[in-house]
Structures are given as C-alpha cells and as structure tokens.
Design a protein around this ligand. Sequence first.
Ligand code: ATP
Ligand code: MG
Length: 563
Amino acid sequence: MDNETTKNFIENIIDEDNEKNTYGKRVHTRFPPEPNGYLHLGHAKSICLNFGIAKKYGGLTNLRFDDTNPSKENTEYVESIKRDVKWLGFDWDDRMFYASDYFDKLYEYAKKLIRLGKAYVDDLSGDEIREYRGTFNTPGKESPYRNRSVEENLQLFEEMKDGKYADGEKVLRAKIDMASPNLNMRDPVIYRIVHASHHRTGDKWCIYPMYDFAHPVSDAIERITHSICTLEFEAHRPLYNWVLEDWDDPEGQKPRQIEFARLNVTNMITSKRKLRLLVEKGIVSGWDDPRMPTISGIRRRGYTPESIRDFCERIGVAKADSLVDISLLEYCIREDLKLKAPRLMTVIDPIKVVLTNYPDGKTETMTADNNQENEAMGTREMTFSKNLYIERNDFMEEPVKKFFRLAPGKEVRLKYAYIIKCEEVIKDEDGNIVELHCTYDPESKSGSGANANRKVKGTLQWVNAEDAVDVETRVYDYLLKDDGSEEEGESKDFLDQINPHSLDVYHSKAEKALATYHVGDKFQFLRQGYFVIDPDTTADHFVVNRIVGLRDTWAKMQKKKNQ
Ligand code: ATP
Ligand code: MG
C-alpha cells in the first residue's frame, strides 16, 4: 500500500501492527453473520470491509456462521448468506466455519476458566441476575453462589451439559467485577441452558455459549488478527480481551477487536428483526422482495455487485455513526449501468397513436443506438408502422405552460423516426382518452428525410403496436415514508412508517427486442430509468422491475454543497 491518504483508520491500525510485528505481518479477518435472517446492505458494508482489507494486505478472510442460538437459526439462512457473499464477489475458499464447530473447545475452555476460579455456576434467575447487576450509577451485588468451590462448579457445569436442569435454572458466569463501571464486566453470563435442537449439532448440546464468550474464542481458534465489528460492541471490548486472557495461542497472538460505525441509510431498514417482521406480516412478498434492503432483494431489484461495492467504497469506514443518503446508492447503480446497459424503448402506461396519413400495412425499420453514450454497443433495428404507442403522460389535452410534449395541434419527434402532429383526440363514452389520431411528416425521418433536421421541442419514445411485447412493469418507491431512517430507541413503531404506495404495477408495451433478453438482464428504458427482468417472468409474460429512475438527486445535492 503506497497511497497514505486513502487509508482508513483500520488500515492505520494494521500498519502499526505490521510495524510492531504483532501478528507476524499476518492479516486475517472474518465475516461472522448469525444465520437468523437474510443479509442486508449493512452486512454488505461489513463484507466489503473484511474481505476488502484482507485482500489489500494479501491476507485471508473466513466466513464464520455465529450459530450459538439454536432456536432462531436455520440452514435456509446459511445458504442465503453463502449465496449473497459470493454474489458480492468475495470468496472464502475453504475457510467456511461455524461457531458450532467449536462447541467442544468452547466447553473445554469454559472448564479451564472454572478451574482458574474465573467462572462459576449461578442459580439466580434471569430476572434476579438483571436486578443484581445494578445500573450505570449503582454498583452490582454479588450473587450468593459466586463463591462456590471449583469442584462444585465443575460438577454443576457438567450436570448442566448433561441435561439435568431446565432452561434458565442455572447459568455459567464469568467472575470479573460486580462493581465495574462497565456493566458488561459485571459477571456476564457465558453459558446458558437451551433445550432446543441445533441446525447442525442436533440434540448433542443443551448448553450454548453466549456471544461474548463464543466470539472471542472462535476468533482465537481461527487465529483471526483483526476482529472488525460494529460500534455497539465497543463497551464489550474489555470483556473480549478478558475472555482471551487465558487462551494459549501457539505464537502468543491474540485477536484484536476493532469497532467501526454501522451503516444507516435514509428510507431504509437495516435490522434483521424488523425485516423479518415485514416478511412475517406479509407486508412484502418475501426476503427477496425488490423493495427489501436485503442483498437478495437488492439483487432482484437489479442492483449489480459492482454498484454495491462502489457504494461501500464511497461511504468509507468511520468511527462515528452517520446516516447515508439513499440517493448515493442510486447514483452508484446509475453510474455502473450507464455505459453497460442496453437502452430500449418502452411505454410504461401506453396510449395508442394512429398515424392517419401513414399507409396501411406498411412497415419501416428505424436504426436505433443501443447506447448513445457507448457507441461500441452498436445499433439495432426497430419497426415502425401506422399504429404506435406513446407514454400517456407525454400527452396533455390542455397543456400546461412549458409542456413541450404532445398536445392537440402540436408536434413532437418520435425518437429515431418522424415528426408527428396530434390532429384528434378519441375518447370513450366516459370521456377517457383511448386513442390519438396524428399525422406524420414523411420528409422528417431521422437521418435521411429532407426535414430530418427540422426542430421541434419534444422528442418521445414510442413502440410499434404491431409487434410490441406486453410487459408488467413494477415501479417501486421507498418502503419507509420517513427518511430519518430507523429509530433505534423504538419510540415510534416503524410499521407506522411503511409507505402504502411502495409498489405500482403497470401494463406496459416494450419494443420487440426485449423478448430476446433473459431474467436478470438490465436496461435503460429511454427517458424512464433503469430496469431489470424479474424472475417472475414466464414464456408469455414479461415482468420488469424499475431499479431506479433517471433523475440524479445525489449529484445535484453534491453540486449544491460545493457551491
Ligand atoms: P441485525 O442487528 O440486523 O440483526 P446483526 O449485527 O445482529 O444485525 P450479524 O449477523 O450478527 O447481524 O452481523 C454480522 C456482521 O455484520 C457483524 O460483524 C455486524 O457487526 C455486521 N453488521 C450488521 N449490521 C451492520 C450494519 N448496519 N453496518 C455495518 N455492519 C453491520
Ligand atoms: Mg449480531
């Protein structure tokens, strides 16, 4: 690494460690998801950070499932997490582990702490433990069971393991300091009894290690060097270090916990618990609903791994919490697709146009650029005929000021084709507009007509009605009305913030070229935005999702800031 200015604070720490030779110049990180839900954009940040930093330093990254809570975890989540990490472009090679791989070692290490007089079995109930813990202002009270002998503790702990006690009847606690100003150090519980089947170890265990014990020990077993986690674990760091005081590493190297600020994004939920609620309540169609901030939802929405990695790069790594504007994410996908997505014409909410002076049965082909900003993408042929569709909102019967699109008596150019003029508005009995009768200027054909360069103010996209492809278009809005992001305090119910109009469905018409593409292919639909073909598509029913519109609010915001 040579560019000092681009280093973040974690890289500075690693540089220091390398200088001091703390880890023999090794850099070994891990991404440790709990398989109790699908990964979301916040996790993407953590993935990019852990894998990205190791890669920069020629190090390694483990994928480790933190599966110490059997009642909430399952293999569906494990599989989805693997898929998502791969999709983001990262590879753990043969380094996929589970905290449950270490249950035997964790159990042995807990016994070591007991033997050292650093852990004890407590009979207090959960409520009592909480009460005895004290508060920020008052010291805790020692449990009457705190001074049991090592022998008694060893025996009781073994009995806990053997299933002699019910859930909650006993726990194993670290013996640290009930008067510590750090509440995490007031004899935290490190093992609890849970009579539940585990997705990997089945019924072998009925005691499970707590996160604050399992995590440092798992890191140490895997010989992780830099254990990167989010800020809420800062106050747990002394406990992390305490747990590892008696760990024997072959080279005396103990992992170091480093905290960074979690990602919060406006209009976006980044809490697995809340996301699960949306799925369970049927507010969304599933974990991969394109409105969901899950990686699977974002993928289905049409975001690319490149755009997510770019986003994570741009937001950087900080020590202080902040809120990122969602328009930056949208900027990143536009930037990624701008030059690589083919551009097609579609009409999302169609209105029929009949060119009354165009010969019946005649078809012409028009040459259209596949991407005006990237000539290398070539051109395609579009068919043109007497019967066309244009966008309903590109017509106004009584145009407002500065409306330069189609209106009675007014002209517009159809992109890559002719100038047309609206002569007559056809309505049904209820007064709804059903058709526009227009004439075209035969000399105005783009590129070749005598009037090809005749200027009119508006240029519209269009589709030939005679070979158009029917498309269901799903246009999404933010799932949360409120852009203040989630309130961790839970003072207001996030369900009240759900936007009831986050999905609009249209019966659209696309140019026939769309039919040559497949699920997952992405486009710019001219003047409309970026779209992707959704997996709900069948042989005779196309479904597309709008990824994002064309208007770039992020760039505008930056411009304003810099003025
Ligand atoms: P949630 O609160 O949504 O359940 P979590 O932190 O409990 O998330 P884990 O599966 O434990 O979920 O997270 C795996 C890793 O991802 C952890 O290291 C965690 O710190 C990190 N992570 C989770 N959410 C975010 C976020 N919003 N921004 C950055 N990193 C995150
Ligand atoms: Mg967690």
